[in-house]
Design a protein around this ligand. Structure first.
Ligand SMILES: [Zn+2]
Length: 155
């Protein structure tokens, strides 16, 4: 799914207002590594974006980082470190898990969803790519934005 929907979902499920922003940020962690190559690609191609060309062009270091950030192994490690050392609220990591679950049906040709990476490159794939059904992203962004607005921002 797109990164805005992930952020809004993380905020929407926050149990308290003060957790809305941290949970929105946690929800986007797996996709952080997709932003720098998009910016770099647009810079090199003077603002013109071609999806197929982009995926051939993406440097391997970004693909590798995205595989790690979409792994349940890394999420479990982050939970253990966050809770075990810093005593962070367990709620903080729920949006990261939801991100990984939602990415399964919305990525039909992803190179990122290796859930047990680096132990395994097994990859569950959905039927469609979220960016091919563009109206679905708009509907979810508007719906989740409304939920977040009335739960936390309109108080
Ligand atoms: Zn993702």
């Amino acid at each position: 799914m797109d990164i805005i929907t992930h952020a809004l979902l993380g905020a929407a499920i926050a149990p308290r207002q003060e957790l809305a922003l941290p949970m929105a940020i946690t929800s986007t962690i797996p996709d952080w590594w997709t932003v720098p190559p998009i910016v770099e690609y647009l810079w090199q191609h003077r603002g013109r974006f071609n999806n197929q060309d982009f995926w051939r062009w993406v440097p391997a270091r970004y693909t590798e980082l995205t595989r790690w950030s979409h792994s349940l192994v890394v999420l479990a490690t982050a939970c253990a470190v966050g809770y075990g050392i810093f005593r962070t609220s367990p709620w903080i990591f729920l949006p990261w898990l939801l991100h990984l679950i939602i990415d399964i049906p919305t990525h039909a040709s992803s190179r990122t969803g290796y859930l047990f990476y680096p132990w395994s490159c097994w990859q569950p794939l959905g039927a469609v790519n979220w960016y091919e059904v563009w109206w679905f992203s708009i509907v979810t962004i508007l719906s989740l934005g409304t939920v977040v607005f009335f739960r936390f921002l309109h108080q």
